[in-house]
Design a protein around this ligand. Sequence first.
Ligand SMILES: [Zn+2]
Length: 296
Amino acid sequence: MSNNEKLLKKAQKLSIHEKMFQCPICSGAMKVERMASLECENRHCYDISRQGYVNLLNQTPRTKYDKALFEARKKISGSGFFGPMVEAVTSRLIQAMKSRESRKSVRLLDAGCGEGSHLSAILRKLREQRMVPDVLGVGMDIAKEGIVTAAKTSPDPIWCVADLSQSPFADQQFDYILNILSPSNYSEFRRLLTSDGMLVKVIPGSMYLQELRALFYTGTGKETYSNDGTMELFIRHFERIEFDELRYRVILDSNQMKQLIHMTPLSWSISPEVIERMPDGEMEVTADFTLLYGWI
Ligand SMILES: [Zn+2]
């Protein structure tokens, strides 16, 4: 397929789902125009990029999330570090999809999808299942570099550069929202979920990357971490909640360790000399996650 054909296909997919969007400036209804952009009734216009994503930001924020960081995240995802977590999230989605009355199609939003590795892996696994409805995947992130990487790697979902505090979607458009290791906006989650929709939020547990914490933070008072505050905030926003805990260890080689250190915000406040002193060679690291499920 030529690039133009690919782009046309993407625009057609967007136009089938154009009612899902609303203008992030004026909340007006949106339409795909000339197979080239999404435009609202007040003529605010958002182009469909060459790579097939839509940029719905009004201004580009400064962020630490650059291209190198997303490449590092993609490599770490490829190493299998997140595999059991992604598997657990997918199983819970399959269980939820099978227990609801038979619906032909559902929408799944990944809010804060970064370079899209988790959403792509979850969609692949869902499509292998029988008895699961047709799933439209939508990935959004405020970091354009993440979405560019996502759109190049995986053409299947609809990818949007957008701000979660002014998300470009109409009310009650999503049956499932994922929010994996990424900041939340609970009023937006409540607005975007269908009345029986489910939010899946993944947060680090207290032992997440404890080996790096020990190396970077010994003697600073930051060696330990608790997710109690995040959990309390989550509980306050939902009628019904459930949660799972998941802990496992992964051996990473020295190259993968470099990617992991580059990827994690834990290292951002650390001087390069401390990072230089890291032992060379493979290392065993702990993955520890709390998976929170909420219904409004
Ligand atoms: Zn508008």
